[in-house]
Design a protein around this ligand. Structure first.
Ligand code: NAI
Length: 683
């Protein structure tokens, strides 16, 4: 029974009971229908109290049903019946009421929330619009502007905010008791939401929200459609608005964008420890972070935010002082953004110690090393750690590229070591690559997954290779981009093409932001092992050698004025054309499509090799890495999902054409040839 109902004196109770999140699927819709019929037949009742569990009201429609045609009873019809019921329904909202869950509450005559309730319509994040009256009822209830912002952002609001906006009627610590205590007269004076007057359109707010969407959600259809539907509430009848909403919802749920977003939604939920690790339990009471630089500070902040006792070990007193300042600046920034209260800041500070003494790692469960990217240094750090830490403590390196097996080789017990590759800024970025070395033990991997869970990160397992999953693909992206520079494009053209595709930033803007020197040092490390038959474009090296390190030096692929505004720089153009002349290349014109075509094929080809070599365990994992770590547009579903949409035959043909220009760089990966021949895609 996913919906329970019973009568107790004058109150008819309906309880959603579809754990874990009360997703509103067909069984729940049928249950609600049965409850409605039973309530109609019940004698002597003066109210219906609709509840979820203690933790959650309902998290929305069940996205697993969205690929198939809708099956009756449909939610909008049920909600219409609830709304016109002679006996008023009261929603008791203990936890989250999201999507269809909030729409259900909006159809009730009265809404009482517990103080921890969250209220939201996140449908646009799944590429659809609310489909059961959310776009039509919410603006009538809370006004055009507030509804527009909630619906187009998909962001939930708190119970307090909901009360201020009039979305709920009251907050009560015991909302169920409160629902029973309301006088029947009070209930009957309240007008159903659909009978409220039209919303009052605010052109200025609509223009502002639309401008924000064209920047923040460029290329995405659902938020724009949602805004249009909210506008409908200012002039059309409720019935007309409902018909428009339903049409739009049904069209969008079959759209490529909604499918892509659902694919990622399920990929994110599927990213957890595999069944074979289930029997390994992990203790994470205390973690030591070695190196309190950019990454170490972010990792430590993430740990103390999750309440994990943390010690950061630094090299010497001066570095420790700098690390303390870095840790403090992250707390301050969190407070400024309203994410950390002063009390919480005090607790977080109390959770974190910074030391120069390795002995402070003595009783830690896990060590995460984030010192400079240097093999010998990392090996020394781990040798020191193994002398002070318990033999069963887990050791992890945050290296971006280095060989985990080579690091593990200097340990007495190499099975203790894994890679934990965080992304910058480590306290914000959701992705965590868990690198599985040749010797890595299941206990160590299980600890990596447990830590990801504790920190709210999305874990993806990667095998050992230069750059693991993400940075290895990134290297090919940059190579293909530099090749375009050499043969005709400019940094601004390439950045423009990739932002038009949906990236928030193009490859050169990104490099300017993160600094060109790290990648330069990395290329020097790779010099000895680079394939001599592969064309090496030197332009990025020339940039660094000319002192152009990116934003931090005021000059990079662009030049920056005092307020940080980027401008194309003729000096960069000269550097590029000189490099082309030296290499004997005649430069040609590339269109935006030529640019995206080449850069995407380069990434897809490398990703296919990564899959073929089992460096990644699934195509969905590569999708997660591309979206969560490297800015691939979420609404395109990730690199491999996108490749599947194009089709393997077309990808193969594209690579074969390009390989006529340079067979070393564009040679199609074997997996692509195989699955194109088999008429399949990446799975
Ligand atoms: P960073 O230069 O900001 O910080 C390194 C810190 O390690 C410095 O504070 C330094 O004083 C400290 N350190 C050096 N030797 C030490 C020792 N023997 N004991 C204790 N502390 C020591 O470097 P960043 O950017 O934080 O990188 C650290 C690691 O994280 C590198 O392996 C890097 O490849 C990796 N990484 C960097 C990313 C980035 O975008 N910056 C992203 C992901 C990984």
């Amino acid at each position: 029974m996913t919906v329970k109902f019973w009568q107790d004196d004058k109150v008819f109770f309906v309880e959603l009971a579809n754990p874990p999140v009360n997703a509103i699927n067909l069984a729940v819709r049928r249950g609600l229908h049965d409850a409605l019929m039973a309530q109609k037949a019940a004698a002597g009742i003066d109210r219906v109290v609709l509840m979820g569990s203690d933790r959650i009201f309902a998290a929305g429609g069940d996205a697993r049903e969205f690929d198939a045609p809708p099956v009756a009873p449909h939610l909008p019809d049920l909600l219409a019946m609830i709304e016109v019921s002679e006996v008023p329904w009261i929603a008791v909202i203990n936890g989250a009421a999201l999507g269809g869950g909030l729409e259900l509450a909006l159809a009730c005559r009265y809404r009482i929330a517990g103080p921890k309730a969250q209220l939201g319509l996140p449908e646009v994040l799944l590429g659809v619009v609310p489909g059961a009256g959310g776009t039509q009822r919410l603006p009538r209830l809370i006004g055009f502007s507030a509804a527009l912002q909630m619906i187009t952002s998909g962001k939930p609001i708190t119970a307090d905010k909901g009360l201020t906006l009039g979305l709920i009627n009251r907050i009560d610590n015991a909302p169920k008791a409160a629902a029973i205590a309301i006088t029947a007269d009070d209930l009957h004076t309240i007008v159903p939401v659909s009978n409220l007057p039209n919303s009052v359109m605010d052109d200025a707010i609509l223009a502002k929200v639309n401008a924000g969407l064209s920047h923040r959600a460029a290329g995405q259809i659902a938020p724009i459609k949602a805004a249009e539907l909210v506008a409908v509430t200012s002039y059309a009848s409720f019935g007309e608005g409902m018909a428009a909403e339903r049409d739009c919802f049904l069209t969008l749920r079959q759209s490529a964008q909604a499918r892509a977003l659902r694919h990622l939604f399920f990929a994110e939920r599927g990213a957890k420890a595999p069944a074979e690790l289930a029997s390994y339990s992990s203790t994470i009471n205390k973690v030591v972070v070695v190196g309190g630089g950019t990454m170490g500070a972010g990792i430590a902040h993430s740990l103390i935010s999750a309440g994990v006792e943390t010690v950061t070990i630094e090299n010497n007193d001066a570095s420790a002082t700098a690390a303390i300042a870095r840790a403090e600046s992250l707390i301050e920034a969190g407070m400024k953004r309203g994410l950390i209260t002063p009390e919480r800041a005090t607790e977080m500070r109390a959770c974190h110690r910074i030391s120069t003494d390795y002995a402070s790692a003595r009783n830690a469960d896990i060590a995460i090393e984030a010192v400079f990217e240097d093999m010998a240094l990392k090996q020394t750090v781990f040798q020191k750690l193994q002398t002070v830490m318990p033999a069963n403590a887990i050791l992890a390196s945050n290296t971006s590229y280095l060989d985990i097996d080579e690091i593990a080789g200097v340990l007495d017990d190499p099975s203790r070591l894994i890679g934990l590759h965080f992304f910058v800024p480590a306290h914000i970025m959701k992705l965590l690559e868990i690198v599985k070395g040749e010797a890595s033990a299941p206990t160590a991997l299980a600890a990596g997954f447990a830590l990801a869970r504790r920190l709210g990160k999305i874990p993806v397992v990667a095998g050992v290779c230069d750059g693991f999953i993400g940075n290895r693909i990134l290297a090919r992206y940059r190579e293909a981009a530099d090749l375009l520079l050499l043969t005709g494009a400019t940094p601004a053209q390439i950045d423009h093409a990739m932002t038009s595709f949906g990236y928030a930033m193009g490859p050169y803007e990104t490099q300017d932001l993160s600094g060109l020197d790290h990648a330069y040092a990395n290329r020097r490390r790779q010099d000895a092992s680079r394939d001599p038959n592969r064309l090496y474009v030197k332009i990025a090296d020339l940039m660094v050698e000319a002192g152009r390190l990116g934003r931090k030096s005021g000059l990079g692929w662009y030049s920056y004025d005092t307020v940080g505004q980027a401008k194309a720089d003729p000096a960069v153009d000269s550097l590029i054309t000189e490099a082309a002349a030296t290499a004997g290349v005649t430069r040609r014109h590339y269109s935006d499509d030529d640019i995206t075509h080449r850069l995407l094929l380069a990434m897809i080809n490398e990703a296919a090799s990564i899959l073929d070599e089992a460096i990644a365990e699934s195509a969905a994992d590569i999708d997660l890495v591309s979206v969560l770590g490297y800015g691939f547009p979420r609404w395109r579903g990730g690199l491999m999902h996108y490749a599947n949409q194009i089709g393997m035959a077309e990808i193969l043909a594209g690579l074969e054409t390009l390989s006529l220009e340079d067979n070393a760089i564009w040679q199609p990966c074997k997996l692509i040839k195989d699955i194109a021949a088999a008429g399949r895609g990446f799975t």
